[in-house]
Design a protein around this ligand. Structure first.
Ligand code: GLN
Length: 478
């Protein structure tokens, strides 16, 4: 059987017992990338030389009898808005086309310490803004389950690589659903950890109060093991915290009496029938394991989308101010003075969607409108957070769709951006409250495309989320 079919846990057994080497494993992955990524377009950069050197070093240590971390030699991919030292990091933007990251992101550093081999950098919507990966300045990525469909976004390259078996797992980033949505569309597991659980050092900031590094993997078990590697405090990210340490095992506790809530606001008319059916089936499975499932109301979620788009755009306009043609990336030719240098570099360097968000962000922060939009959005965000907290005084977790629909066809999205933003209905409320959530594949929907269901928990409840997810994963297969 081909090595690329194996989960991380299965592969690690073969590596540890030296039935296969890290070099062999990496080589098989690169072969597959060369053969198949041309039609998927998951990767923007492939780091073959670096990876093979890393793999050789691991094999030598193993041969010398050195004690290695349990997953040493497993190959993975990293979204191209996360720094890997010495490797180009584009954020899928022309403005960073030739930017080489000077250091490793904290999460990448931890993967290296765990002996994970880095295969390359994956495609995304420019600066992680979007839900289809069609906003990349360089290429589109196709859904490996059916190539005429989008993989979802913005971590579409990472999800596609995992689904196409051209990476064992991948890192992504989730500001408003960018790990969970592509996971759902591609039929893989996607975890957005609690805000602060994983250091954001070296993740290119989109909206700092919402961004979190996340994981895309083939199984819930693998997801927990990767979380274990990258979780924990880091002095370079003041929002990272100690509480997140723990052991994340996806074992299924016998007959735990979970209390699960289904918010009506996330299961209304906007949700397509086949997605609603998947959630209902998931609820039945949980009930059959002794869970108590109840409908609830979360009225403030009506405002989550507008709140998210105001806050995330405001933060983006501030975070992306640094890309000015002077300090980073691309500088336009033919400028006449400082202002024209900024203007030309940014006009040429950023794509349409990024510009739209920067304008919106500058507008909601402007002197005349700040109170009306930005400040009000902050107040509503507090309401949303409080409402979630009330839910978690009574329930262990919330079950919902990830996306209102299964993947759309490439090129078929609505030209009206607001209609596109509506697809983020179920994912953004989670980021606004800094909560953890997991997207688990749960069968097929329209056109035989995968459907994921979302489980949301209170802060630092990743362990319970993974257990519930493991249960659904087991039943989804039957
Ligand atoms: N689709 C959302 C947006 O475009 C989510 C992005 C993200 O999570 N990075 O803002």
């Amino acid at each position: 059987m081909s090595l690329t079919k194996l989960s991380m846990a299965e592969l690690a057994v073969l590596l540890r017992s030296r039935q296969i080497s890290a070099v062999e494993t990496a080589a098989e992955y690169f072969d597959k990338i060369e053969k198949e990524d041309g039609k998927i377009g998951a990767y923007l950069t492939v780091t073959k030389e670096i990876a093979l050197r890393q793999a050789e070093a691991i094999d030598q240590k193993r041969a010398a009898g050195e004690e290695l971390p349990p997953f040493a030699g497993v190959p993975a991919a990293v979204k191209d808005n996360i720094c890997v030292a010495g490797v180009r990091m584009t954020c899928a933007s022309k403005i960073l086309e030739n930017f080489v990251a000077p250091y490793d992101a904290a999460a990448v550093e931890r993967l290296r310490q765990n002996g994970i081999i880095l295969l390359g950098k994956t495609n995304l919507d420019e600066f992680a803004m979007g839900s289809t990966t069609e906003n990349s300045a360089f290429q589109i990525t196709r859904n490996p389950r059916a190539v005429e469909y989008v993989p979802g976004g913005s971590s579409g390259g990472s999800a596609a690589a995992v689904a196409a078996e051209t990476a064992v797992f991948a890192l992504g980033s989730d500001t408003g659903g960018s790990v969970r949505l592509p996971a759902s569309h591609c039929g893989v597991v996607g975890l957005k950890p609690t805000y602060g659980a994983v250091s954001r050092w070296g993740l290119t900031a989109f909206a700092s109060s919402l961004d979190q590094v996340g994981i895309l993997a083939r199984t819930v078990e693998d997801t927990g093991a990767v979380l274990q590697m990258i979780v924990g405090p880091d002095s370079r990210d003041a929002t990272s915290c100690e509480q997140a340490r723990g052991l994340f095992v996806a074992d299924i506790p016998p007959q735990k009496k979970w209390k699960i809530a289904l918010p009506q606001e996330l299961l209304g008319a906007q949700i397509s029938d086949n997605v609603r059916e998947a959630v209902a089936r998931a609820a039945h499975v949980l009930e059959s394991y002794g869970a108590q499932v109840e409908w609830i109301r979360m009225p403030s979620l009506r405002y989550a989308l507008s709140t998210y788009y105001i806050i995330s755009s405001a933060e983006a306009s501030s975070n992306l101010a640094r890309f000015d043609g002077v300090r980073y990336g691309r500088r336009a030719q033919g400028y006449t003075d400082m202002n024209s240098l900024y203007e030309k570099s940014r006009s040429e360097g950023f794509g349409r969607e990024v510009k739209r968000r920067l304008l919106l962000g500058a507008f909601v922060l402007s002197a005349g409108y700040q109170e009306r939009y930005y400040r009000n959005a902050l107040r509503v965000r507090e309401r949303i957070r409080t409402e979630w907290q009330e839910v978690f005084t009574k329930y262990d977790a919330v079950l919902s769709p990830v996306s209102p629909d299964t993947a759309a066809k490439i090129g078929a999205r609505d030209p009206d951006p607001v209609k596109q933003y509506k697809g983020d209905l179920c994912t953004v409320p989670v980021n606004l409250a800094g909560l953890p959530a997991v997207s688990v594949p749960f069968g097929k929907g329209e056109n035989e495309m995968p459907v994921g269901v979302q489980i949301v928990g209170n802060v630092f409840s990743e362990q319970s989320l993974l257990q519930i997810a493991a249960l659904l994963e087991r039943e989804a297969l039957i």
